[in-house]
Design a protein around this ligand. Structure first.
Ligand code: 13P
Ligand code: SF4
Length: 346
């Protein structure tokens, strides 16, 4: 393995469940065996995001669940025959699963695992904003609450947002976009659509800065730069590939290059290394001018998912996602529109 990042060098966040001590290998293995047994007994599947700890990603793979981006997590939960879906990610991902699969029990290790985009776009502020712009089609990023989704005409994820907005733009529609201003600016630049942008942002991707990235690129002029579009537009403009988590993993695999600088949550390196074991992967810097590095390229809310949390959940129950049915039905329409569009536009 030729990576500057190594999962060995990453703090074992899967072993940190708020104030609990780290586990040794024996304790960890016994925990994993107990979880595997309970998943089978409860007809449950683990669906994990790429930003969760590698230990959880491995467990999801080994138990027939999936490790995916937010679009695929939603699709997988809906298509699965499991009665219970354990979502290792952040709350909007659990809510999206419930919106699409109301008959299933959707649980999460920690219901407080949220997202700065979701937090910065409250339904009580967003609904009047939409009402003030009735001439615009409301397109909302998946990183939002069920109440905000219920007010939207369309839900999109980063993997498909540009395609959807281009489609709406070609139909002559004007767009109201929320909540990520950086993603909105990027889509606007690609599609040329008329977009009114909500001013939210991701506090993890906000830490990547063009100046420090440029200095790193000078040290590795041969490297391709891969950027998640929640990053600032100045960073996005430097990218060879801009894309969702899945699209960035695919780029590492398919591009004819040996070295990559990657601007997104560093837990994605686990799957990137699996996809391209001989390539050199370098983390984009989060320090430098204008950065405060409170997150250091790892989402603190994603880090709230732990092996201990999953075991406790399966042993004790609780932490179920619930959504009021009238809200769910409205959110279902805009979310299902996304899945239908994705199926028709592969
Ligand atoms: P993806 O849809 O690309 O997985 O992104 C989700 C997310 O929260 C990125 O910060
Ligand atoms: Fe939200 Fe950013 Fe964390 Fe993704 S990385 S869940 S956008 S705070």
């Amino acid at each position: 393995m030729k990576s500057i990042y190594s999962s060995d060098s990453v703090p074992a966040t899967a072993d940190i469940e708020r104030n609990k001590p780290l586990l040794d290998d024996q304790q960890k293995n016994s925990l994993i065996q107990d979880i595997k047994q309970l998943l089978i007994e409860q007809n449950a599947l683990l669906v994990a995001h790429y930003y969760t700890d590698p230990g959880l990603q491995l467990l999801a793979d080994e138990t027939g669940g999936c490790v995916a981006d937010s679009l695929e997590m939603a699709r997988f939960g809906k298509q699965s025959s499991a009665q219970k879906i354990v979502v290792a990610g952040v709350r909007f991902m659990g809510e999206t699963a419930k919106i699409l699969s109301p008959e299933k029990t959707i649980v999460m290790p920690d219901l407080d695992a949220t997202c700065s985009l979701d937090m910065g776009c409250r339904a009580e502020d967003f609904i009047p904003f939409c009402d003030a712009h009735p001439d615009r089609t409301v397109v909302v990023y998946a990183n939002t609450s069920a109440e905000v989704k219920a007010r939207a005409d369309w839900i999109v994820t980063s993997g498909i947002a540009t395609k959807v907005i281009t489609h709406l733009h070609n139909e002559g529609k004007k767009i109201l976009w929320a909540p990520d201003r950086h993603l909105g600016q990027y889509i606007q630049s690609v599609s040329g659509a008329d977009m009114l942008l909500w001013q939210g942002s991701c506090i993890v991707h906000d830490e990547f800065k063009a100046e420090t990235l440029s200095a790193l690129k000078q040290k590795h002029p041969e490297a391709k730069i891969l950027v998640h579009p929640e990053s600032a537009y100045t960073v996005v403009k430097m990218a060879d590939v801009v894309g969702s988590t899945t699209q960035l993993i695919n780029a590492v695999k398919s591009l004819d290059a040996d070295t990559f600088i990657i601007a997104t949550d560093n837990r994605i390196f686990y799957k990137m290394q699996q996809a391209a074991p001989d390539k050199l992967l370098i983390e984009a810097p989060t320090g430098g001018a204008g950065a405060n590095c409170t997150m250091c390229a790892h989402c603190s809310w994603m880090a709230m998912n732990s092996l201990q949390g999953i075991l406790k959940l399966l042993q004790n129950g609780g932490n179920e996602i619930t959504i009021e049915e009238d809200v769910r039905l409205k959110a279902y329409q805009s979310t299902q529109r996304l899945l239908d569009f994705a199926a028709a536009n592969p």
